[in-house]
Ligand binder design. Structure first.
Ligand code: ADP
Ligand code: ASP
Ligand code: MG
Length: 445
């Protein structure tokens, strides 16, 4: 079975959905389709949930009504036959009524999850109905029956696989199976999510769970680019990446992939293809076990990073000191991304600040603490990067912009810089010049 994931823009309009139908008809064999909500819908649901949380209830009914009409319009464009059109609208109306009912409850994490995952349920219902209308047999499965993910960082894909197969056995047989991205049940079997952008992660968790032959992630760009196309001009797609390279780029901010996307397939040898729904013929990116080419591949940036410095002239080099520091972060289940040490101080970064106050209170015993918020990690990635002399140009950036931390040599594939987020775009653009444009010019001259 192949897993095909289509993101928000790929299912954002009737024309795009027709396009998706053509793409899947060209893919041979059994297919599991993981679908997102229509683009913009999850953002709207997140803001409805915020309104409920803040008890700003006046606008809620009208805003939910707009969502109903948006999905009705989609049905009208896709399904011309009157009685079928009406029956699908009835199904959507029930889901919208559910949403309205949830929005009358007290806000809780579970209520939040119910609200913000509604977009995936609405869209998959319409998509499945549209395929039926076009005489394309398919089976719609409810992701809540098998996406039981207690540990967000380390999903039990064995369990997900068993539950998925049980669901499949109960359903009618079909070569096209459809399910919702983003959704999960947590350790208490309560509805939750895989965090924003999580449908990519759904695809690779399911791919690993069912031992798919390949995973295709369809989006609105020709694969993973060598730099963030939102901030840098003249970026280009990278045709091949190893799992490790792609995992670093996703984790350190390449928005095309949810940060955890690659982890379920590492060591499983299931290739992941990134493809453009709007130009399906374009090569895109193939992520697999091999790094075809050594050297620099791409740059990404991860925002909302907090740097913590612990300065202690007595204890730092005493053995056991670092262990104690790490234990504090471990206690609060907060992972550390970058770390540098000197004789008297240690600096490290975190992105999850939900327990920052508690962490700082404990660290206070060990020395003088300072905290810098609003930083970005700029991550330069490529197999064997640090053996490549050309990569020394990365450090020319020190002439232009203050750099708070540098991580070099942790792995052969990655050099990371920590900068103030206000300087992020300048750093991305300058590194692009130094590492890619400069390199191309010297090859061409
Ligand atoms: P989807 O809705 O299909 O999940 P996303 O919006 O999450 O799509 O991801 C695709 C977008 O990611 C692209 O349109 C692009 O603007 C952005 N992006 C950021 N960094 C990169 C990168 N390095 N390569 C490709 N796209 C990137
Ligand atoms: N719809 C969800 C989001 O916008 C999940 C996804 O699209 O990946 O975050
Ligand atoms: Mg996405």
């Amino acid at each position: 079975m192949k897993v095909l994931k289509f993101g928000g823009t790929s299912v954002g309009s009737a024309a795009s959905i027709r396009n998706v139908k053509n793409i899947i008809s060209e893919v041979s064999g059994n297919k599991l389709l993981v679908l997102s909500a229509m683009s913009g819908v999850t953002n709207e649901l997140v803001s409805l949930s915020e309104m409920l949380r803040n008890r700003k209830l006046e606008e809620l009914p009208d805003r939910i009504e707009i969502l109903r009409l948006k999905h009705y319009d989609l049905i009208d464009e896709l399904i011309a036959e009157a009685s079928y059109n009406l029956s699908i609208k009835k199904n959507i109306a029930l889901q919208i009524d559910d949403l309205m009912a949830i929005c009358k409850k007290e806000w809780s994490k579970e209520v939040d999850a119910k609200i913000i995952t509604t977009g995936e349920r609405l869209l998959t219902s319409i998509f499945s109905a549209y395929l039926n209308f076009e005489s394309v047999e398919n089976t719609l499965l409810d992701a809540r029956d098998f996406m039981h993910i207690s540990n967000l960082e380390n999903p039990d894909t064995g369990l997900v696989g068993e539950l998925f197969n049980e669901s499949l056995k109960k359903a009618k047989e079909s070569s096209i199976v459809i399910t919702q991205g983003f959704v999960r049940l947590d350790a208490e079997r309560k509805l939750s999510t895989l965090k924003r952008g999580g449908s990519d992660y759904t695809a690779t968790i399911l791919g690993a769970a069912i031992r798919a032959t390949q995973i295709q992630i369809w989006t609105d760009i020709n694969g993973l680019h060598n730099n963030d196309p939102r901030f840098v001009e003249n970026t280009h797609p990278v045709s091949q990446l190893s799992f490790e390279e792609a995992a670093e780029l996703a984790y350190f901010g390449a928005k095309i992939l949810h940060p955890q996307t690659i982890s379920p397939v590492i060591g499983k040898n299931i290739p992941v293809y990134l493809k453009n729904t709007f130009t399906p013929g374009a090569t895109g990116t193939c992520i697999s076990a091999i790094a075809e080419k050594k050297g620099l591949k791409a740059i990404s940036a991860k925002d909302e990073i907090t740097a913590i410095k612990i300065k202690s002239n007595r204890m730092l080099m005493a053995h056991g000191f670092l262990k104690k520091i790490f234990e504090v972060f471990d206690t609060y289940e907060t992972s550390i991304d970058m770390i540098t040490t000197s004789e008297i101080a240690i600096s490290l970064t975190i992105d999850d600040t939900s327990n920052l106050d508690l962490i700082l209170a404990e660290l206070d015993h060990y020395g003088e603490i300072s905290v810098d918020t609003n930083h970005s990690i700029i991550c330069v990635v490529g197999e064997g990067l640090i053996e490549d002399r050309g990569s020394s140009r990365i450090f020319e950036i020190l002439q232009d912009v203050p750099v708070r931390m540098i991580s070099y040599g942790g792995s052969n594939n990655n050099i990371s810089l920590l900068v103030d987020t206000r300087n992020k775009i300048e750093v991305l653009q300058k590194l692009n010049e130094k590492l890619f444009v400069h390199q191309l010019n010297s090859v061409n001259s």
